[in-house]
Design a protein around this ligand. Structure first.
Ligand SMILES: C[S@@+](CC[C@H](N)C(=O)[O-])C[C@H]1O[C@@H](n2cnc3c(N)ncnc32)[C@H](O)[C@@H]1O
Length: 433
């Protein structure tokens, strides 16, 4: 989520130790594991992440530590955080046990009920066991993973944990798993940039597809249901997942602007086609700072501002900045900061503290067009504040290619991919007119 920066400093993710949990040194210390598990569930209830007795019972029952790699402490296994289980040659995570808060949120988003048939895409075992608990003995859970090691580990852990009926298979998500379709829910637990036809073909008529969909670099976990020939999102939650491999792999393009200290992530073909070499020169020149009358308070998320800035018909990227080696850049977000671009200039979102209760939005820019671009970002921030800040968020719909999103007068971003086009429409309330 996006928050003002001191909120991150003032409220780091609470560790199990903060919550008074007893740390065990061995993942086999099941007494402490039980205690840690119940404390985690209590916290998820307090945080409003678990909102149904069925999901609560599932989290109280499934021993998460059995799905963590050897050497992961009970404390780490039961923290409300991701546990990395595999990394690629470049050191980036390729598999993990997802964070409990996100798993709980996705289980609720899938509207699971007893006896449901569910396909999970991206295995690990733990989340499949949670699903199996919620759908009960008359339900059916299939989980697929492209990585044979992950599938084998998930199978072994599920057997140890007592879930022999969950079906694990090694397969590429692109083709789903037709053998057990139709599914009442398809839950995708890997970042997708598109919705392949198999996922909707294998979904029951009133089924729910839960998918972390990347839209111009912004990933939102969408709960999609059918409406006519397309899908509409009922829920949209900010999230992060490991990227899709296989036939549906479509990584963002990364451009190094100042070595690896400042890189630009680009997720749309028009911006990728720009020659951005001049941005390196621009970043070594003078900086323009501009400040907006729009402010925010601590602990108030403003993720819709990121999506709003991404939704503009303007070359767009996200800056990733090493906060130690390029502190002078000082973006609002060090990992993925919205940036407006031209071939020779850049402006990105900034924020500064005015007092303990107030943070001010702004923009920083470099290059010959920095003044225009920073002013454009301030204007867009003002539009967001005036028209979109206090609404439930944009209307998001996914259209299979061949079916055309109806025209609208409202601001809209179309995200064209191989199989679908996602339409993000900024209404002030209700569906687009
Ligand atoms: C975040 S992990 C899954 C977490 C798991 N559901 C859990 O229990 O927490 C994402 C998984 O997706 C898998 N994956 C990536 N691309 C895939 C694809 N095309 N088809 C199937 N699985 C894929 C990765 O190998 C990885 O194990």
């Amino acid at each position: 989520m996006s928050y003002a920066p001191d909120i991150v400093a003032a409220h780091p993710a609470p560790t199990p130790a903060d919550r008074g949990q007893i740390m065990a040194t061995s993942a086999l210390d099941t007494v402490s594991a039980d205690e840690a598990r119940h404390r985690l569930v209590d916290q998820l209830l307090t945080d409003g992440r678990i909102t149904s007795p069925a999901v609560e019972a599932a989290f109280r029952r499934v021993p998460r530590h059995l799905f963590a790699p050897d050497g992961v402490s009970i404390g780490a296994a039961y923290a409300d955080d991701v546990v990395i289980t595999k990394r690629g040659p470049d050191g980036r995570a390729t598999s993990s046990v997802s964070a409990p808060w996100l798993q709980a949120t996705m289980l609720h988003a899938a509207r699971l009920r007893p006896e449901a048939r569910v396909l999970e895409i991206g295995s690990g075992g733990y989340n499949a066991a949670l699903i199996a608990e919620v759908v009960g003995p008359s339900g059916e859970v299939t989980s697929i993973d492209i990585d044979p090691d992950v599938a084998a580990r998930a199978r072994a852990a599920l057997d140890v944990a007592g879930y022999p009926d969950i079906h694990i298979a090694q397969a590429d998500a692109e083709t789903g798993w037709p053998g057990a379709a139709p599914y009442d829910a398809v839950i995708v637990t890997v970042e997708a940039s598109d919705v392949p036809p198999a996922w909707t073909d294998q979904l029951a008529p009133d089924g729910v597809l839960v998918v972390p969909l990347r839209m111009r670099g912004n990933t939102r976990c969408l709960a999609l249901t059918r409406e006519g020939d397309h899908l509409i999102a009922m829920d949209s939650i900010v999230c992060g997942f490991v990227p899709m491999q296989g036939a549906g792999a479509h990584p963002v393009t990364r451009r190094a602007l100042r070595g690896d200290d400042v890189t630009l992530r680009i997720d749309d073909p028009d911006t990728v086609r720009l020659h951005l070499d001049a941005l390196t020169t621009a970043l070594n020149g003078p900086r323009v700072d501009a400040w907006s009358p729009v402010t925010t308070a601590p602990a108030t998320p403003f993720d819709s501002l990121h999506l709003w800035l991404a939704s503009q018909p303007h070359p767009y990227g996200q800056l990733a900045v090493d906060r130690h080696r390029a502190a002078d850049i000082n973006p609002q977000n060090w990992v993925a900061c919205p940036a407006l671009l031209t071939a020779d200039s850049i402006a990105y979102l900034a924020i500064r503290k005015l007092d303990d209760a107030t943070w001010q939005f702004g923009a920083r820019g470099y290059g010959p067009r920095a003044a225009q671009l920073t002013q454009r970002m301030l204007d867009l921030t003002a539009d967001w504040d005036r028209h979109h800040r206090n609404t439930p968020g944009p209307h998001i719909a996914v259209y299979p290619n061949g079916s055309v999103p109806p025209p609208t007068k409202q601001p809209r971003l179309l995200v064209p991919r191989r199989h679908t086009t996602t339409a993000i429409t900024w209404t002030t309330s209700g569906p687009p007119a």
